[in-house]
Write a protein that binds this ligand. Structure first.
Ligand SMILES: Nc1nc2c(ncn2[C@@H]2O[C@H](COP(=O)(O)OP(=O)(O)OP(=O)(O)O)[C@@H](O)[C@H]2O)c(=O)[nH]1
Length: 761
């Protein structure tokens, strides 16, 4: 039987088809990796592109020239993938630093971007660090603002705020471990802020490295079409360069620190692989880019420039990521990433940034990165420095000048920009002015993280970043009597980090800190000791439970105190009900007819509701997803006041809550454990003991990764048991997934423990 050759049609041309249709190429035996769909609804990007093109019309040639040379880039990845090591090379090759220092290096200097002592000791990045550098490409000088972000999930807010203000990112992936749990988190964050990325597969010098397996995982796990634009020359310890698939040329790193890039012909033995992977690149592009698809159908061979243009379009459209590879530690393949940043990542004029016009009913406005426009900037990160509060600002429109006055849209306060600097990790350079699209920092501006500033002529407010909920808390008490440094430190940390929260429990007279995980809180306790000289005693980590209800309950409550002195009277009637949509949080509503409760008393009811939600009736933890509706009530002509209504609301709430089949909700975490294959049995045993639900295991070359869901309450001390079961070779990460009701016996235990504590007071 003869097989009819069917023409292979790029997926892009089969509109509306979701599963990948493989036609003749498969029939002809050319295997293609499965396709899992593009990362972005195309219509969304097309609408965005129209707006970006409109905005570009408003730019002067000087604005375009300035933006063309600018890239705001983040470096993000899973823990220990080599972001900081990579950034160190970038700074060295761009001549920002004169020598390379390693993370945990023997010279004890540490990498430039890990400027905190604690970061250098632990070899982890805790705070994101900003810097800038210049890169010469084909005779043109480009300016990069770079932010190196932490990999550990506990410091995730640093990644959120960096990605909020960046236009593009380099996603670093380990060539041995491939896509890891935190790579998935970072990918989600990149999508949240529509950040296009180029991917760099690092650690190609390590045994067991396999860039093509990592690319498969980008496709399958992150569901982003990805294709190599390079292949390695040599492997593991003999890695010496990469083949540029687009130009079919070999690039070797030479010199003591790989600073010289030497071009050469492609080694003969690599030519078949080069052709295969180049073809795969073109096919993948044809799947995501119209122009490439047409060329493909017409069987035209694209030129290197056409391939590069297609990569640029598809990367900016967030429907593709080009993959480069090398080894930061072995100084191989870094310079091509710097070129790829220029070639494939957007400049500030190619990204749509919007704000809400507060003076015009919050109408959406598109920001124009032109210097002549009124200034609009976002304060995205605060840091307490030697000279006071340092505020990092991304300028979206207009320009920011030293000595000028800017106004905080939220508070209406006007402040003078006394000092303007560009950051180079923990060092700074004074500047007089920064233009739109730039990132800078200022001193002495009192604001909160996420505030928008303008020159006062417009009232634009930009959306802030996503702040995840704190899940772990512990009590903390300073060891010395002098509490001033203690509260100073707590105030500062709270201001800098929206995921770090502090509250004082008047009943236990304890200060409670909460955050993203044990490590997060541990680091703050340690920083308190080092930076503020305050030794602290901490309690056992506690889970931040939530309290909720499962059925509605009506209430009719009268608060009355009419004997002796000034009287109190307030009656509230209504319903307490569970909120189905968990994104809505707690809701307070009133529907009073005929003014039976005046507005000022209703406002007091609202305050009472907020207060009582902070400390739930079951075990004193925050209330989640409860709606309170007050639709009737009564006042007393003399005795009613705001306090009476607030008290009545709180008591009504507590009473109805307990009748509404209340539940205690506990945080369920996504756990990811990676360890050498030989410990797989131990780890599964360990997780079974913790009643974790194992969802996936994946065996790599010599490591395996296990994913599970587990209640946070069982995970305290997991680091120690994991260390013991894996001879210290296992690693894990925990990330909040959702809240789920605790088992009835656990709830009973928690409630009786809480009641015992209350009775003792
Ligand atoms: N073999 C090899 N090791 C590398 C390479 N790049 C980094 N490393 C090592 O991997 C470890 C982690 O590197 P970092 O640069 O701190 O990784 P990171 O992603 O910044 O780490 P966090 O910010 O803490 O998540 C260090 O011991 C580095 O020396 C590489 O290309 N090859």
């Amino acid at each position: 039987m003869s097989v009819q050759p069917i023409m292979w049609i790029p997926r892009r041309m089969i509109r509306g088809s979701i599963p990948f249709v493989t036609c003749s190429k498969l029939c002809l035996g050319l295997s293609r990796r499965p396709f899992h769909g593009s990362s972005l609804a195309r219509s969304t990007y097309e609408e965005e592109k129209v707006l970006v093109d409109e905005i570009k019309q408003q730019l002067t040639p000087a604005d375009i020239e300035r933006c063309n040379k600018l890239r705001n880039i983040g470096i993000s990845a899973h823990i220990d993938s080599g972001k900081t090591t990579f950034t160190e090379r970038v700074l060295y090759y761009t001549k920002r630093i004169k020598a390379i220092h390693e993370v945990r290096g023997r010279d004890n200097v540490g990498a430039k971007m890990d400027s905190m002592d604690l970061e250098r000791e632990k070899g982890i990045t805790i705070q994101s660090a900003a810097t800038y550098c210049s890169w010469d490409k084909e005779g043109k000088n480009y300016h990069y603002n770079l932010i190196d972000t932490p990999g550990h999930i506990d410091f995730t807010i640093e990644v959120e705020r960096a990605l909020r203000v960046l236009d593009g990112a380099v996603l670093v992936v380990c060539a041995v471990s491939g896509v890891q749990s935190q790579t998935v988190t970072v990918d989600r964050q990149m999508r949240r802020y529509n950040v296009p990325r180029v991917t760099f597969i690092n650690k190609m010098d390590r045994m067991g490295s396999d860039p093509f397996r990592a690319i498969e995982q980008l496709n399958s796990k992150l569901k982003i079409p990805a294709a190599a634009v390079q292949i390695p020359i040599g492997s593991e310890s003999s890695l010496c360069g990469v083949v540029d698939l687009i130009n079919k040329v070999a690039l070797y790193n030479k010199g003591d620190n790989g600073e010289i890039i030497e071009k050469g012909p492609v080694p003969e033995e690599l030519k078949p692989l080069m052709e295969e992977k180049r073809q795969l690149l073109v096919e993948t592009l044809a799947d995501v880019d119209d122009e490439m698809a047409e060329m493909f159908l017409e069987e035209k061979q694209p030129t290197p420039q056409q391939i590069k243009d297609a990569i640029r379009r598809a990367t900016i459209a967030r429907s593709f990521t080009p993959v480069l590879m090398g080894s930061a530690l072995a100084n191989t393949g870094i310079q091509p990433v710097l070129d790829a940043i220029v070639d494939y990542l957007p400049n500030p004029s190619e990204v749509l940034n919007t704000a809400l016009d507060v003076s015009n009913d919050e109408a959406k406005v598109n920001l124009v990165p032109a210097v002549q426009q009124p200034f609009v900037g976002l304060a995205f990160k605060l840091e307490e420095g030697k000279y006071g509060q340092l505020t990092y600002v991304r300028v979206y429109q207009g320009r920011l000048r030293k000595g000028s006055y800017i106004s905080n849209v939220k508070t209406g306060k006007k402040v003078k920009v006394a000092r303007l600097v560009k950051m180079h990790s923990n060092e700074m350079e004074d500047v007089d002015e920064v233009g739109s699209g730039e990132i800078c920092a200022t001193f002495g501006i009192d604001c909160a993280s996420g505030d928008t500033f303008t020159d006062g002529s417009v009232q634009y407010s930009m959306s802030s970043m996503y702040v995840p909920d704190a899940v772990v808390s512990l009590s903390i008490t300073p060891n010395s009597k002098d509490a001033s440094n203690f509260s100073k430190a707590l105030n500062r940390f709270q201001k800098e980090d929206p995921t770090f929260r502090v509250k004082f429990d008047p009943e236990s007279k304890e200060t409670i800190i909460s955050g993203m995980g044990e490590l997060h809180l541990e680091i703050y306790v340690e920083r308190m000791r080092r930076e503020y000289n305050v030794d602290c005693i901490t309690g056992k980590p506690q889970v931040s439970y939530r309290e909720s209800i499962t059925i509605p309950a009506d209430f009719d409550y009268t608060h009355k105190k009419q004997s002796g002195g000034a009287g109190q009277y307030g009656r509230v009637i209504g319903t307490l009900s569970p909120v189905g949509d968990i994104t809505k949080g707690n809701i307070f509503e009133t529907a009073i007819v005929g003014g039976r409760i005046p507005d000022k008393y209703l406002a007091a009811c609202g305050k009472g509701f907020e207060e009582v939600c902070e400390k739930g009736p079951l075990i004193g933890h925050r209330v989640l997803n409860v709606k309170m509706l007050i639709n009737d009530g009564a006042i007393h002509a003399v005795d009613s006041n705001e306090l009476s209504f607030k008290t009545a609301t709180m008591a009504a709430f507590r009473d109805a809550f307990l009748r509404a089949q209340p539940v205690i909700m506990e945080p369920i975490m996504n756990v990811s454990v990676t360890s050498p294959n030989e410990f797989q049995g131990n780890i599964i045993g360990l997780l079974n003991k913790l009643q974790a639900v194992i969802q996936d295991t994946e065996n790599g070359h010599d490591e395996f990764t296990l994913k599970a869901e587990c209640a946070l309450s069982t995970m305290f001390g997991f680091a120690t048991s994991l260390r013991a079961s894996t001879q210290g070779k296992g690693e894990f990460s925990l990330e909040f997934s959702h809240y789920a009701p605790t088992a009835p016996h656990v709830q009973k235990g928690l409630v009786s423990e809480f009641q015992k504590k209350q009775a003792k007071k």
